[in-house]
Design a protein. Structure first.
Length: 587
């Protein structure tokens, strides 16, 4: 899509919806930070620009106001992928204008979260300009805090919520223009065992089985102590996230690759977990009193006497320093840094990635002065089901709810619920190095996350086997034979071909859906060495005073292969542990 492309949607005069919330021009992964709504908000006439951060770069829009009402809107500049960005942007503009300028009317698209975020942020900013609200430059003045959290993804927001709720002054620094990081794109859910939710649903599971599955998935390269800590705190984190502190919904439980039992907790109906959880955590952090600063990039961690003593920051308002009693690193992995990928896994350097462009591994150099260590840096996971050329993954939950994978010839070739490394290897062994996820209406109805893929135009749809086979250029007889064999296996409960144990639904009836996929870089299992208190550990095994790390920036929890659903568990559990450890340290 050309950077200068404009999408203009004219509208008749619409009444401006009363009580448009005053927006602080900040996207929060599907929610905006809002001040109390006013009874009426006056708009100035004219054309006003607003900017947001999309997946591939800034999105700039203009909004035209006449007679105090929104008349039209257009995209001035953007760099989004045409097949994804176009439909999302057009839909956002149309909904925005029809509503008279209310971005709350724009439906989220789980398959294109970052583009959607950027569009809404840009429109919010333009509306703020139309209301005459000045946008102050962030940063520039030196200050102090009890705890600084670097990164506003799932781990950082969890840590900020926990620390701020204990009455401490917490500043969160996020280099991107939106919060959430890769958590925005998380779709599957949160793995947890022995939970109240599982018990309510009659699901038998144990911490020991969760531990065994995680160790097996990581080929026993995991740090056992870190895994055991994650497992034993998993039920508690589900309770914490669902408590009034955060207010999340994790009441639906499914299964993902590598798990023996159903333990992937997600919102009702199988909604994507990231677009649900990020706004909840962001709002919780702010309610607790955390100061979240976007477009504030940490450039270094300050060391004094071997202790972490604050950070150096670069922002639009200028460079500044925050002195702090403790620092929590939650900057994510390095899946969007081709240089580091090439250094540790040269064969993956040119692979596509599902990662947001902020996942660049900045923190690794910051810990060197403290004697901090890195481990498992060559363990880089590819996700097997990513839409070619778009960097958008199709959640494992689609397969968990009954979808199969077929080759371009229309044949199954793998146990669809095997681990990501095994499944990725099987896809790459096909002549086309690509395959299809294939499912029917019953599977679609079982998982709300699929609706995002529909809205984003990712799916090929056919009324019958013959119809969809023709659209995919497959031999209909071969595809039908594949489905007949699978449906018989599903009915009997025994998959003689590939040994799939959980076959949730029959694929006997249409309509049918398919999406082409290929493996892409998804998760970096290596990173900063921590202990079970989330303390950054030196080569002699001692902890760096005042320095903590949580989430994908760390290494050891997942071994050489992360199981689907374990990332959200990791980032929230260790994000909270990091905060608790920092609180104990500064007491």
């Amino acid at each position: 899509m050309k950077a200068t492309k404009k999408l203009i949607v004219q509208s008749a005069v619409f009444l401006l919806i009363a009580a448009i919330a005053i927006i602080c021009c900040v996207m929060v992964g599907g929610s905006r930070k809002k001040a109390p709504a006013a009874s009426a908000v006056a708009l100035n006439d004219g054309t006003f620009l607003g900017k947001g951060e999309g997946r591939n770069g800034p999105i700039t829009v203009s909004v035209t106001v006449a007679g105090g009402k929104v008349k039209s809107a257009e995209i001035v500049e953007e760099q989004e992928t045409p097949a994804i960005g176009g439909p999302v942007e057009e839909s956002a503009i149309e909904s925005f204008v029809k509503s008279g300028g209310n971005t709350a009317s724009i439906d989220a698209v789980s398959g294109a979260t970052l583009t959607w975020n950027g569009m809404v942020a840009a429109l919010d900013a333009a509306m703020a300009a139309a209301r005459g609200e000045a946008v102050a430059a962030t940063g520039s003045e030196d200050t102090t805090a009890d705890i600084v959290v670097i990164g506003a993804g799932g781990a950082g927001l969890t840590a900020a919520t926990e620390a701020a709720s204990q009455g401490k002054k917490v500043i969160v620094l996020e280099k991107m223009g939106i919060v959430g990081g890769n958590t925005n794109s998380a779709t599957g859910g949160l793995n947890a065992s022995e939970t109240a939710v599982q018990k309510k649903l009659g699901i038998a599971d144990t911490n020991d089985q969760f531990f065994a599955d995680t160790m097996k998935g990581g080929h026993n390269k995991n740090d056992e102590a870190l895994v055991r800590t994650m497992v034993e705190n998993s039920a508690a984190i589900v309770d914490w996230l669902q408590s009034p502190i955060v207010g999340a919904d994790l009441s639906d439980v499914g299964i993902m690759g590598g798990s023996t039992n159903k333990r992937t907790h997600r919102p009702t109906g199988g909604q994507a977990v990231g677009t649900h959880l990020v706004p909840k955590l962001y709002e919780a952090a702010q309610r607790a009193g955390a100061d979240v600063r976007l477009n504030n990039a940490v450039t270094d961690i300050i060391e004094e006497g071997g202790k972490a003593a604050g950070v150096k920051v670069s922002a639009e308002g200028g460079d500044y320093i925050i002195k702090a009693k403790a620092v929590i690193i939650a900057t994510g992995g390095f899946g969007a840094n081709p240089t580091l990928i090439g250094k540790y896994r040269p064969e993956l350097k040119d692979f596509p990635t599902t990662n947001t462009k902020g996942a660049t591994g900045d923190a690794f150099v910051w810990i060197e002065k403290f004697g901090g260590q890195l481990n498992l840096m060559n363990e880089i996971q590819t996700h097997p089901t990513v839409v070619p050329g778009r960097g958008l993954l199709i959640t494992e939950a689609v397969r968990g709810n009954g979808a199969i994978m077929v080759s371009h010839a229309g044949k199954r070739f793998i146990n669809e619920l095997d681990t990501r490394d095994v499944t990725s290897k099987a896809v790459l062994a096909l002549p086309e190095r690509r395959a299809y996820i294939f499912f029917n209406e019953d599977v679609r109805k079982s998982l709300k996350a699929i609706e995002g893929y529909v809205k984003a135009g990712l799916l090929t749809i056919g009324d019958s086997v013959e119809d969809i086979a023709g659209k995919l250029n497959m031999d209909a007889a071969v595809l039908k034979a594949t489905l007949d064999t699978y449906n018989a296996a599903q009915a009997s409960g025994t998959d003689a071909e590939f040994g799939r144990a959980d076959m949730a639904r029959s694929l006997a009836n249409g309509p049918y859906y398919a999406v082409e996929i290929e493996p892409a870089i998804h998760h970096t299992m290596g990173g900063i060495v921590i202990n079970t208190k989330a303390e950054v550990v030196k080569s002699d095994g001692t902890a760096v005073p005042g320095l903590y790390a949580a989430g994908e920036v760390t290494g050891g929890v997942h071994g050489d292969n992360r199981l689907g659903g374990n990332a959200i568990a990791d980032i929230t559990i260790y994000g909270k542990i990091a905060a608790d450890s920092a609180l104990a340290y500064i007491k």
